[in-house]
Every structure is written in C-alpha cells, then in structure tokens.
Design a protein around this ligand. Structure first.
Ligand SMILES: *[C@@H]1O[C@H](CO)[C@@H](O)[C@H](O)[C@H]1NC(C)=O
Ligand SMILES: *[C@@H]1O[C@H](CO)[C@@H](O)[C@H](O)[C@H]1NC(C)=O
Ligand SMILES: *[C@@H]1O[C@H](CO)[C@@H](O)[C@H](O)[C@H]1NC(C)=O
Ligand SMILES: *[C@@H]1O[C@H](CO)[C@@H](O)[C@H](O)[C@H]1NC(C)=O
Ligand SMILES: *[C@@H]1O[C@H](CO)[C@@H](O)[C@H](O)[C@H]1NC(C)=O
Length: 702
C-alpha cells in the first residue's frame, strides 16, 4: 500500500465541488462544502490514480500502545549545556558545543575572510580576538558575519559594543553561563554603531533585529522563536533548539523519561503557540482519540547539527522555516521556497501517524534541513562546512547526508534492518533528489522535482548548484560526484527495490511546495468572488532575460519571445513576462486566467501549485518530468501537457482545445486543489478558514 501517498492525501481540509457552466466564468458558481471526516469516500478519493486512497480511509484503527520510554542517563548531565537522550544515553548539543557529553567547544566566530578550499585547517579562522572584537579593521576581508561590535562566537551573531552593548560571560565561567548582558544585536549593518544606537537608551535609528527571539524597536523584547512542534510545550525554544523541561527529551521534548509522571503541556498557556501546534498524540497516555491509522512513522531525533543547530545558525527568521513569529508573537507564513522542509517535519511531529516505537513503525522519517544549510547558513561564517569550504553548495549537503547516514547507522539499529528502504528523505532544493547520495538510493524520497531521465546532468543556471561539476579537495581527493552517480532524480516505477513493507511503493513521491495562504488569497477556490477568466494564457516570473540559455530548458524564453514579438498580449490575451511587463496582484491574475504555464526554472519552480491553487489549468512543458502528485492523481484530467518541441505551436494548440474540455479540466481542478495546501497544519487551517470567511464577506472584492 502506498502509505506515504495516503499521508499526502491527508493534507486536505476543505472540499470544493466544481460546477462551472462557462469556462471563461472560471469556477465561480462552485458550492464550497467543508470536507468532513465522514464526507463520502468517493469525494475524498476523487481523481486519484492507483489503489491507495480507499484502503487508507477504510482501514481499521491501530490499537494504542503505551509509548516506550528511555531511562538511560547521560554522563555529567551533558556538561550542563546539552539535552540528554534517554533512549541512547547520548547528549544532543546546541550551538557552541559538540562531541560526546557536549564537552567540546564549537565556535562559530564572526569571520573576516572565509577560508579558501585548499586551506586544510580544522578550526575556522577567526578575525576576532579573545575580547570578541575584530582584531584589525584594516585587515582585508568582509565575510557577511564580520562584526563591527562584540561577537557571539557560538552563533556568529554580532552585538553592539558600548553602553547598550554586549558583555560576554567571563572566560572562566562554567559552561552554559549566559552573557552578563546580551546587548542590542547589529545584524547586516555597519551604520548601527555610527548612529548612536549602541550608545543611548532611546536612539532615533531602528535596526533589523536578526535573531528571531528578539523584537521591539530596540530589539530588546523577548519573542517566541520557531522550533518544530514548539517543543511540545515541554521545553523552551532556543532559536530552533529545544531545551527540555526536566525529564523530557527528544528534539521536540515530546518524550518522557521512564517512570516519571506525564505533566500537562504548556502549549495552552501561550495562545500564539496554541494556535499553531498541538501536543503530539503519541506523547499522551492514553491519547484523546484511539484512531491511529497506518502508516506509523518514527521521526528521528537527529544529531542537532543536521537540523536544529542549522536553525540556530540561520541569519534571519524568514529562512529555513514555513512559519516564524513576528510582532506580538503572531505567526507569519514564510515565502521561503524550500519551506516544505520544516512544514512536513512539524506536520509529522504532531500527526496521529507518529509513533515513538520504532518496532511498530512502517517508516522512519529523517528530518534533515539540507536546504537550510544551503541558503542562509553556508558562507555566512566560516562554520559549518561539510567537510571543507568550497565546491558546489549541493556538495555540502551531499557530504552532510553521507555523514548523517553514518551517524544514523552508528546510533540506531534501524537503518541496517531493511537497508534504509523504509527511511524517508525529503529533498526540497531546486533539482530535488538528482544529487541524492547513493547511500540513500534504496530509501524513499520526497521531492518537488520529477525529472526521470537516467543519465542526467545538472541543468541549473546557478553555478554553485551544479552537481555535475566535481570538486577535488584534501578530504575527498576522489571528488564527490561519484557518490551521487547512477540513479535518476526520481523514479515513478512501482514495486521498487524493496521487498516486504515497501514492495508496493513507488521509489519517490512528488509533494507540493509550501505556499502560505496570502499567496492565493484571490483564488475563487478560496471563496474569493470569481472574476471572468479573460486572460487566455498566463505566466509571470523569470523569463530568462539575463539568464544562460539553458535556464528553464529555454522554454520560458521562447514563449516570451513569441508573445512579445507577436503582440499576443493585445491580440490573444496571452500574458507572459516578468513583473515589469505585467505588474499587478499575482493571485488576482492567476484567478483570471484559463491556462497557466508550468515550465522548469533551475529545477522545479512551484508553478503547478500556483496554477492548481487558483483553478487555472496547468500547461506543463517539461519533457520527462513528472509534476506534483503525478503518479497518484489523475493529473491529465486537470492539466495539458505539451512536448518541449511543440512550443512554437503553443498558441494554436491551446486555441484548439474545445470549451467542454476546458470546463471539464476546471471542474477536476476543483476536486484536487485542496491537496496542494498543507491544510492540516492547525495554524494554516485556521487561517485558510479565516481567509475564506473574509473572501465571502469582503464587499470591496465583489
Ligand atoms: C592590520 O592589517 C593591515 C592590512 O592587512 C596590516 O598592514 C597591519 O599591519 C595590521 N595591523 C596589525 C596591528 O596587525
Ligand atoms: C559612542 O560611544 C563611544 C564611547 O563609548 C564613542 O567613542 C562614540 O563616538 C559614540 N558614538 C556615537 C555615535 O555617539
Ligand atoms: C512572546 O513570546 C515570548 C517567549 O515565549 C514571551 O516571553 C513574550 O512575553 C511573548 N510576548 C508577547 C507579546 O506575548
Ligand atoms: C547511461 O549511461 C550509462 C553509462 O555511461 C550507459 O551504460 C547507459 O546505456 C546509459 N543509458 C541511457 C539510457 O542512455
Ligand atoms: C556543470 O558543470 C559541468 C562540468 O564542469 C559542465 O560541463 C556543465 O556545463 C555545467 N552545467 C551547467 C548547467 O552550467
């Protein structure tokens, strides 16, 4: 059974019946009916391919069993800085520490000059002195973390010097001693100190705060930071790393040490958290409702370097997460393109599918934050690297994952048991799992990029992501590309390598990218008043004006050129260009379009999601590339697919599509769109409902 697929099917909340009369009138006359638990299965399973949906919904609940609880203690209380894992007896260390028992100091100094690849140094070069200030301003180097104040050299964060500045803990203070004064942060800005911001209590100049846990005009008010699952209400979130209450453990503090009584979760005491997360059902004994259904998924407590430490190292809250806190601790949905990384993780932590018992688990989810490493962490300061600076950015993640699998295998017995075939890895980066390390080749991959050809080479136009470009260094004289070669980016073939449990599974599954509610606020499917669909064909975005020719496989460029030269905008209502060509509300324009282009970018580009969420028929032009959910939903029923070679005939092909076909595809869109929304994250669900109510009422929109 395709359990992981069923999971994706659970990402639904609201059902929409489509009944549009006139394709140009869009999907206006639809009745919107909330999809409830007891909605007919024919509706819940509409437009699916394969045998997975009905069995998933009709299965017998799995009886509840008390969760196993660890009792192994960690030596020396993890140096008073780490978190003891009572299953393994190993310490999880936050930023600043590493190694067994968290005894080794792991600096992340504010850096002047990033190391060059050929420097075979173990410890990062620091341009700050023992007093945590820059040693020599006139020395060359201006890496992003270079600090014009006092450096927090566990995080490479810069704070003010002077009266409002930071006073670090004394050098001989015991591990974990907080600074005497935290001070005002100065992120990204060299002006701060010059304006008096660091000198007077009420400066005129207002900074950008940087670390998520500080807010207010002077960045001195506490703010909730994002930890997946908000530490289950049994711990404090330290910029992404959960510091658990006494006797609680695991990366989200959901586990309870053996023989201690369960305590109430503090989630309810913080309304801004209570609106976003629930305590994991698996953590409650007995759970409120005994309705567990397979698949049961064990979510690994990873070595923090592969996820929560990266959150601590991220340079601004808008990166690495699908949501973060802003003023008054309100949740803000991120527009970060790789946000499925944290949203799927957080969803699984809170899901009824989560089990704490590896022995009953169908699958093991490995929540690494590789995309977080790629974008806002790598290259900010001279740590962390996997294992040396330089090479492509994906090389860093490849090495991280190879190290991670070694760690998994050395720490738990489950990797070996089925050769990793029941382990799930998510690849959110542009070219998806094209560069998945071979050590995970038998595992299950979730990705957004469904490229299927076997002998693929990287097609990114962004040189630093080119996985075909090898990199030889002291640690890998053999290069890194040999560790990723020989597998396709994605393999839709069912009955893959594994026997038994995953026998009926496909190798990879294409999951949607994460989109916040405002992204499709004007969608008629979101109950916004339907407008005439008078735009015949729409694409707005990077049309490759300043790109290498292979960007988007040349598709966007070719269509742009034809449309511009032929004045298709005026003649045929074909709007293809960037924001300069066609300004306006993106969501509104998608809602007024009949056909929408889905072409590659550097890899995937989430245009399938944009189109479907707005009831616009996706026109897929990517040879040998599957789109989101392709093997498990009847994608043909709500999209059009054209070979790249037919791009020159695009207009005539689309114009020849009969009205009733358009109508039928629009109707099918209304039956599947909700699957693209991650709508069962509690906070998102509330907001979706709120947006729907708003859309129904707002007279200005009518
Ligand atoms: C500071 O750096 C400059 C430029 O590299 C160098 O000439 C100077 O000697 C350095 N000063 C000290 C005190 O190291
Ligand atoms: C801030 O105070 C320092 C001394 O603590 C002084 O050197 C500097 O000029 C002051 N800066 C401003 C902008 O007032
Ligand atoms: C926001 O959350 C932090 C951390 O939980 C808390 O200390 C602070 O009081 C909260 N602020 C508001 C305005 O609720
Ligand atoms: C892919 O490359 C391998 C090794 O170079 C070769 O043996 C194989 O025939 C190629 N497959 C295809 C489909 O081109
Ligand atoms: C990636 O690197 C390879 C090997 O250096 C090179 O041949 C190829 O052109 C590069 N690909 C892109 C898309 O730049």
């Amino acid at each position: 059974m395709l359990w992981r697929v069923a999971l994706a099917s659970e990402l639904l909340l609201v059902w929409t019946l489509a009944a549009a009369e006139n394709p140009r009138a869009g999907v206006s006359q639809q009745r919107k009916v909330p999809l409830t638990e007891d909605a007919p299965l024919s509706k819940r399973c509409a437009r699916v391919r394969g045998e997975w949906c009905l069995p998933f919904h009709t299965q017998q609940p799995v009886p509840w069993k008390p969760a196993p609880r660890g009792s192994i203690d960690c030596p020396t209380n993890c140096n008073n800085v780490g978190r003891c894992n009572h299953d393994t007896g190993y310490c999880d260390c936050p930023a600043g520490w590493r190694g067994p028992g968290c005894k080794v100091v792991q600096k992340r100094p504010c850096t002047g000059l990033l190391r060059s690849p050929d420097e075979q140094l173990k410890e990062p070069i620091s341009s700050i002195g023992p007093d945590k200030r820059d040693k020599n301003w006139t020395a060359p180097g201006n890496a992003p973390s270079r600090c014009f104040g006092v450096c927090d050299d566990a995080l490479a964060l810069c704070y003010c010097d002077g009266p409002m500045g930071r006073i670090p803990a004394p050098d001989d203070a015991p591990p974990g001693t907080p600074p005497i004064r935290r001070g005002r942060p100065i992120m990204h800005v060299h002006e701060g100190p010059k304006t008096g911001y660091c000198n007077v209590s009420k400066p005129a100049w207002a900074p950008i705060c940087g670390p998520e846990d500080l807010t207010g005009p002077l960045c001195d008010q506490p703010q909730e930071a994002f930890c997946p699952g908000a530490c289950a209400g049994h711990g404090f979130c330290d910029l992404g790393f959960c510091r658990c209450d006494e006797g609680y453990y695991g990366h989200d503090c959901a586990r309870r040490k053996a023989s201690l009584p369960l305590l109430p979760s503090s989630i309810a005491q913080r309304p801004w958290v209570a609106s976003q997360v629930v305590e994991p059902p698996a953590a409650m004994e007995p759970p409120p409702k005994d309705t567990r259904r397979r698949p049961l998924i064990y979510v690994y407590d990873l070595e923090p370097l592969y996820n929560s430490k990266l959150l601590q190292y991220r340079i601004a809250p808008a990166w690495c997460t699908h949501r973060y806190h802003i003023k008054d601790n309100m949740t803000h949905w991120s527009v970060w393109g790789y946000a499925a990384e944290s949203s799927i993780h957080e969803y699984l932590l809170m899901s009824e599918h989560r089990t704490f018992d590896p022995e009953e688990a169908d699958y093991f989810y490995v929540p690494h934050y590789g995309a977080c490493l790629i974008y806002p962490v790598m290259g900010w300061a001279d740590y962390p690297w996997f294992w040396t600076p330089g090479g492509s950015r994906v090389m860093q993640v490849i090495n991280m994952m190879r190290e991670m699998v070694e760690w998994l295998d050395g720490t738990y017995p489950f990797w070996k048991r089925r050769g990793g075939r029941d382990h799930i890895f998510l690849f959110t980066h542009d070219e998806g799992a094209c560069w998945a390390p071979n050590v995970v080749k038998d595992s299950i991959w979730l990705t957004h990029w469904g490229r299927m050809d076997l002998n693929h080479t990287s097609n990114t136009a962004f040189t630093w992501d080119n996985y075909t470009a090898d990199f030889v260094n002291w640690r890998q004289p053999e290069g890194y590309t040999k560790y990723i070669a020989g597998h396709p980016c994605y393999d839709p073939v069912k009955g893959g390598a594994g026997a038994g449990l995953v026998a009926a599974s496909c190798r990879g599954s294409l999951v949607p990218g994460f989109k916040g509610v405002t992204h499709y606020h004007r969608s008629p499917l979101q109950a916004a008043p339907a407008k005439l669909r008078e735009i015949f064909f729409y694409f707005r975005g990077d049309v490759g004006k300043n790109r290498l020719p292979h960007y988007s496989r040349g598709v966007r460029q070719a269509i742009y050129k034809m449309a511009k030269e032929g004045d298709w905008a005026t003649k045929h209502k074909v709007l293809v260009g960037d924001g300069g060509d066609f300004p306006g509300d993106y969501s509104d324009m998608l809602s007024r379009s009949i056909f929408c282009l889905v072409a590659a970018g550097d890899g995937y580009s989430m245009r399938m999601e944009d189109a479907v969420l707005h009831g616009c028929i996706p026109v897929i032009i990517m040879d040998e590339v599957h789109v989101v959910f392709e093997p498990i939903l009847d994608v043909d029923s709500f999209s059009v697919r054209l070979p790249e070679a037919h791009v020159p005939r695009l207009l005539e092909i689309l114009q020849a599509i009969p009205e009733e076909t358009i109508r039928s595809k629009q109707s099918c869109l209304g039956k599947v769109w909700h699957r693209y929304r991650y709508g069962n994250l509690p906070g998102l669900a509330t907001e979706l409902r709120g947006q729907m109510d708003f859309n129904k009422q707002d007279p200005l929109l009518k």
